[in-house]
Design a protein around this ligand. Structure first.
Ligand SMILES: Nc1ncnc2c1ncn2[C@@H]1O[C@H](COP(=O)(O)OP(=O)(O)OP(=O)(O)O)[C@@H](O)[C@H]1O
Ligand SMILES: [Mg+2]
Length: 588
């Protein structure tokens, strides 16, 4: 049976040009693969268009031949016979056109079987497919209305095995009298095969994919005409099956690519994008708004905040959201190195400056085009500060022991947990360098000043710990969460992160983490907090202390809105006003 080449159909439909086809054929010759798949991968044909083209590929020549015959035949009885065949065939082709668009394998097989049984007037139809790896034939056979079972047997067995091996049509009038017949299938299905017609699922390349069979002709036995019809149907079915497998492969390839991309994005995203900075507090959001505003501008940035508040995380976020993201993010901790080492680390060094020294580029050179993150900038010595300032002003570096100036284009994001203004006043930090670095200041408030973020951060770190430790914990008990929220967190987010990881590690098999696995300091922390009030002696004084603290906290949270603060505190507005007045609080 003739089949039009897929390339020709695509050109005919104006979907690709000759040149595109030739290029794709070249690629196919070079690396193998299916032509359509190559065209889709190269983005030259949409998958949908390819499917349509593939469905046209089904051969109509048999139909045309029959028409020609019908016209030539003068005997009315023979003409009727041919007309009937044309009718059946066109019905068949219609269903095949539907099938070719069908890319669900099981469903496709089901349609094929149903159509074959109808067209050939048989009670049942089955498709056995060859599993070349296991050398078995298999089929999913309907047992009842819903139930399906997979039947498998050695590839050589049964009439299906014979047909698959020989590629010949087999027409059996009495199945149980035929020695090749495999009764196992009947035993499984509880169905009795009387007569049987089987045709090979042959592809145009001459490969046999399996056997297509119809069982129990409703009237009499299967005829020679039925043989021809089933053979035709089987060859079309083979094409459809090939197409489905082909699209399965294509889809699998695309899926794995999409998955790969997603993981890559996730890996990068998990660390550097905004989505991974957790926090809803107004204070953090304010900092993030600023990050968003300045990340893509060329200005230097100074990030301030206590230890563990997320300065490095913000620095990376700035870089990976800037136009410099394709170039390097180079981090340097200014506090970790003695001055001479810091200098060569920053500016690079020439060979032979000291014995055994190899020539090496400095971090400023490495960060060229990208971002240099200078952590703990406040710990830099005065002479290094001077050298750094010069390099930033001149936009060039001279390696230690070198003479040549190397131009560099870098953006500096510096971070410190020190109060640089105080350091300037104490003549410990150069004011000119400060202004060069601090074009924009992003301040990250300590965790204890944004306790609203704690539950979210706990949830986030819990997810990470779960993955890291492979534990099945779901959450912290509300008691434990209260302790986490109440703690002062001198080590900020990093300390919280460690606390969560530690708790998950100690959680045993529990799904809910109780407060007993939290570290001592958290349990102590709350007693210490209460001790503060208890020290006030009498209960009214202690209550006043707590009430004043809560009122201030909620007023701050609501931006001084008494109405909302009162609501959050669970008292009336008037009640709030009275308390504030009684305690002599500002704004009463
Ligand atoms: N808002 C946040 N959302 C999610 N994770 C955070 C957040 N803030 C900080 N972290 C995490 O907390 C840890 C500490 O953050 P980072 O190292 O950026 O802090 P730092 O301010 O540079 O600390 P140090 O001053 O000690 O160097 C990191 O694991 C970081 O990913
Ligand atoms: Mg840091």
């Amino acid at each position: 049976m003739r089949r039009k080449r897929i390339g020709a159909i695509l050109i005919e439909r104006g979907l690709i040009t000759e040149a595109q086809l030739n290029e794709a054929l070249g690629a196919q010759a070079a690396s193998g693969g299916l032509l359509g798949q190559i065209l889709v991968r190269r983005g030259e044909v949409a998958e949908e268009d390819l499917i349509n083209a593939l469905s046209i590929q089904f051969d109509l020549s048999l139909l045309y031949d029959l028409f020609d015959q019908a016209v030539a035949v003068s005997d009315p009885a023979a003409r009727d016979g041919i007309r009937l065949r044309i009718q059946r065939l066109s019905l068949l082709l219609k269903s095949i056109a539907a099938i070719s668009a069908e890319r669900d394998f099981d469903f496709l097989l089901e349609i094929l079987c149903r159509e074959a049984a109808t067209v050939l007037g048989a009670e049942r139809s089955t498709i056995f497919l060859l599993d070349p790896q296991k050398k078995e034939l298999w089929s999913r056979i309907a047992l009842g209305l819903e139930k399906k079972a997979e039947i498998r047997f050695a590839a050589g067995r049964g009439i299906a095995g014979h047909v698959t091996k020989t590629g010949q049509v087999v027409n059996v009038t009495d199945a149980y009298a035929d020695p090749r017949f495999n009764r196992e299938v009947d035993e499984k299905t509880g169905y009795k095969t009387k007569n049987l017609l089987a045709a090979p699922l042959g592809t145009k390349e001459g490969k046999v994919l399996g056997s297509f069979q119809v069982i129990n002709k409703r009237a009499g036995a299967f005829t020679g005409e039925d043989e021809e019809l089933l053979q035709f149907l089987a060859s079309q079915a083979a094409s459809a099956i090939e197409n489905v497998q082909y699209f399965d492969d294509l889809r699998r390839a695309q899926d794995s690519l999409a998955r790969e991309n997603a993981t890559l994005r996730e890996q990068v995203g998990r660390r550097f994008t905004f989505a991974n900075i957790v926090g809803i507090s107004a204070k953090l959001q304010e900092a993030l708004r600023l990050v968003n505003e300045i990340c893509d501008s060329p200005v230097n940035v100074l990030i301030t905040g206590e230890s563990g508040t997320g300065k490095e995380l913000i620095a990376r976020t700035v870089h990976y959201n800037s136009s410099r993201r394709e170039a390097a993010f180079v981090a340097l901790n200014c506090a970790a190195l003695p001055e001479t080492l810091l200098e060569s680390e920053l500016f690079g060094i020439e060979k032979g400056v000291a014995t055994g020294v190899e020539r090496r580029a400095g971090k400023m050179e490495l960060a060229n085009g990208g971002t240099l993150f200078m952590d703990e900038i406040g710990d830099m010595s005065p002479s290094m500060q001077a050298k750094m300032l010069r390099a930033l002003q001149e936009r060039e570096v001279v390696r230690v022991g070198g003479a040549k100036a190397i131009p560099v284009d870098i953006r500096v994001v510096a971070a410190t947990n020190r109060d640089l203004k105080a350091d300037i006043a104490a003549a410990k930090f150069r004011e000119d360098l400060y202004y060069r670095l601090n074009v924009v200041n992003i301040h990250i408030p300590p965790l204890r000043d944004r306790r609203e973020d704690i539950p979210l951060l706990v949830e986030y770190f819990l997810g990470q710990a779960r993955e890291k430790l492979g534990k099945n914990v779901r959450r912290f008990s509300s008691e434990a969460l209260d302790l986490l929220k109440g703690f002062e967190w001198p080590g900020n987010v990093r300390e919280l992160e460690n606390e969560v990881l530690r708790a998950v590690a100690l959680s045993g098999g529990a799904q809910v983490i109780g407060k007993d696995v939290l570290s001592e300091k958290l349990l102590e922390g709350t007693t210490a907090k209460f001790r503060k009030y208890k020290q006030l002696g009498a209960m009214p004084a202690a209550v006043q202390g707590i009430e004043m603290e809560m009122i201030s906290e909620y007023l701050e949270k609501t931006g001084g809105n008494k109405e909302r603060a009162a609501k959050l505190l669970g008292i009336s507005r008037e009640g709030l006003r009275k308390k504030m007045k009684k305690y002599g609080m500002a704004g009463a």
